[in-house]
Design a protein around this ligand. Structure first.
Ligand code: WT7
Length: 632
């Protein structure tokens, strides 16, 4: 894969130019370094109006051969995965490429035995253990489509996702640790499955050794079923555009959508971006602190690093347990050289003080990454000085579930950085900024909505089961352009700085949430009549959730209603969606046509009540004063 690595800033500019002038030639030469069962007939066919994009059509491959088999000759004994358990006193685990290959094959055979076939959907609802990574590759090995659901989501959310994708099999564990206490995952799966008709088999990994209920028809212990499975499993030949996975994400409407990624384009994009952004070297230990349940985990814990033959670290725990030095102890213990985390984690650790990183050596670190939300200058500087000790490159990587991999980012140690700027687009990425009238702004210095005007290999292909919705969401706002949902500024160096979402999506601790989704959950409380949710700046989470709620005149106290509403939201979505602030109101600012003016609610939530703008079009302007007076 040496031929895909950019080695200087000049080379970046040259490659970027090539990728724009002749994209097909450019991507063909990158794709050449992978293992194909059959090469493509055409590199790219595309149409952003019908939204039909095909990369490497006619080719056949299996991504797991590229992640595993291909490395066996040269790197069979090299560590592929280091697993650092939640409990710091427990032994970590090291799996070599050879062992990982064997485990993936055995697990693939276990799935086959359960009747899983090419094209079937498999739901993965698991803790951060190597078996989760193995599960995804086991699916890919036999051509099954994985759909990972983050283990913090509720039974209801899990059921919705299982049903939307019509998953046949669920892979889970007895429990998952959150800090010191185990949560019984299996109970959540049991509750979800009461609402799911298509699930035939549940494989349960023994992990926390918690007691679980058992359904003899569907449930099987993972360790028992896998015992007799062979370490050999031929890799299913997949068409370039066969689905690799579905991953659910929130948008501005109520229901999360299943973003679909396909095999060849995603593979090329994950590997290409990983290698160029992080510039890994053969003996590096690379650690991305995300969960496999998010796209960051898919692309940059699993696929990107393994495609590149890297050692990737999986961490089961949280940054603040047993104390706020955990990350830095793990870095020292495993000599991590590349560390990739979210601004929210940096800010939460900042609050505990610089003693923690100061106590650690951190001498192994060379490169630091940031992802998930805009990084504020203060967090950037803290990361740079206290974690990087002033000598590491920082890559602020902008991308989305839909983009499959990193889109705008410095290349570590090559691109001069500027705090809070994601800097320059990856080769193949053609960003444009669009003004309020939908016009593309040609000037270098500009600020507007961020769109992409040309396909890149890792882009989503559809949303599962609903192509119309996909077209509507991403290609209807600005015809002919992919709209990201983000606002963005471009400076005199043509560097990009992402300002954050301009739609009804909020970003809470790097987790993406639809305001409508949270409102729907709140509205399930029997005493709630109506609600409106907005984001507001939160010192640690980036954005917090502010809910304005109208209740009926039941006699229960505000305090008990508040508590119950939080419980309802936890039950419907998961604890990550619980509002930080709830204000009970007697009305919402609505226009005469009944539309809630969120702009006003956002201002009040931000504490900026002096410049509410024009409120004369409201049905009842006096409601604004009452909300203002009661704001928290
Ligand atoms: C949204 C996508 C990409 C993996 C994790 C999140 C925001 C992401 C950055 C960044 C500013 C960022 C955007 C984007 N975002 N990275 N480096 N700087 N904002 O994936 O859940 O699909 O969320 O996260 O608003 O649209 P996601």
């Amino acid at each position: 894969m040496e031929n895909m690595r950019i080695k200087s800033l000049e080379e970046y500019h040259q490659r970027y130019a090539e990728s724009i002038e002749d994209p097909e030639r450019f991507w063909a030469s990158i794709a050449d370094s992978f293992l194909w069962k059959k090469k493509w007939d055409r590199v790219l066919q595309w149409d952003f109006n019908r939204f039909d994009v095909k990369w490497f059509d006619g080719a056949q491959l299996n991504i797991t051969e590229n992640c595993l088999d291909r490395h066996l000759a040269e790197r069979g004994d090299k560590t592929a995965i280091i697993w650092e358990p939640n409990n710091p006193n427990m032994q970590s685990r090291h799996l070599s490429y050879r062992q990982l290959h064997a485990e993936v094959c055995r697990t693939a055979n276990m799935l086959k035995q359960a009747g899983v076939k090419k094209g079937d959907r498999v739901c993965v609802y698991m803790p951060m253990v190597p078996e989760a990574a193995i599960a995804l590759m086991a699916c890919a090995r036999i051509g099954a489509i994985h759909s990972v659901v983050f283990a913090g989501f509720s039974a209801q959310s899990l059921a919705d996702r299982i049903n939307d994708a019509r998953c046949k099999v669920v892979l889970t564990a007895d429990g998952v640790y959150r800090g010191a206490k185990p949560i019984i995952l299996k109970d959540i799966v049991d509750e979800a499955l009461l609402k799911c008709q298509d699930v035939e088999r549940v494989f349960v990994l023994r992990h926390t050794e918690s007691a679980v209920r058992w359904n003899e028809t569907t449930d099987r212990w993972w360790h028992e079923e896998i015992r007799e499975c062979s370490e050999l499993c031929p890799a299913e030949p997949m068409d370039a555009e066969d689905m690799l996975f579905i991953l659910y994400t929130s948008g501005s409407t109520g229901k999360p959508k299943g973003v679909v990624h396909t095999t060849a384009g995603y593979m090329v994009w994950a590997a290409y971006t990983f290698q160029n952004v992080f510039q890994p070297e053969e003996n590096d230990v690379y650690w991305c602190t995300a969960d496999l349940g998010w796209i960051t985990g898919h692309s940059y814990i699993l696929y990107g690093p393994l495609l590149s033959g890297c050692t990737t670290l999986m961490f089961e725990g949280i940054p603040t347990w047993p104390d706020a030095g955990r990350f830095w102890n793990v870095v020292d213990r495993h000599k991590v050289s590349i560390f990739y985390t979210a601004p929210t984690a940096i800010r939460s650790l900042m609050a505990f003080g610089e003693e923690y990183p100061a106590k650690a050596s951190l001498a192994s670190l060379r490169t630091l990454g940031s992802v998930g939300e805009p990084i504020n200058e203060e967090a950037w500087q803290w990361y740079h000085h206290h974690v990087g000790k002033g000598r590491c490159a920082i890559v602020d990587t902008w991308w989305q579930t839909e983009t499959g991999g990193i889109m705008i980012s410095p290349l570590a140690h090559l691109t001069p950085t500027k705090p809070t700027f994601a800097t320059l687009p990856m080769p193949g990425v053609q960003p444009v900024l669009v003004d309020a009238n939908g016009q593309v702004m040609e000037e270098t210095i500009a600020e507007g909505n961020l769109c992409i005007r040309f396909p890149w290999p890792g882009m989503l292909r559809t949303t599962y089961g609903d192509h119309e919705r996909c077209k509507q969401t991403y290609f209807s706002t600005y015809p002919g352009l992919y709209f990201t949902g983000d606002g963005c500024r471009r400076d005199h160096d043509a560097y990009y700085r992402i300002n954050g979402r301009v739609d009804d999506v909020i970003n809470v601790s790097g987790h993406r949430m639809g305001t409508a989704e949270v409102e729907n959950a709140i509205n399930e409380h029997p005493h709630v009549i109506e609600s409106a949710v907005v984001g507001y700046p939160h010192p640690i989470k980036g954005q917090g959730i502010y809910a304005y709620i109208i209740c009926d005149n039941s006699t229960s106290s505000e305090e008990s209603k508040r508590k119950e509403i939080l419980e309802v939201v936890s039950k419907v979505i998961g604890p990550i969606a619980k509002p930080d602030k709830i204000q009970f109101v007697d009305g919402l600012p609505k226009t005469r046509s009944g539309k809630i003016m969120r702009r006003i609610l956002r201002k009040i939530a931000e504490g900026d009540t002096d410049s509410l703008g024009d409120t004369s079009t409201l049905l009842d302007p006096s409601v604004v004063d009452r909300i203002k007076d009661g704001s928290i």
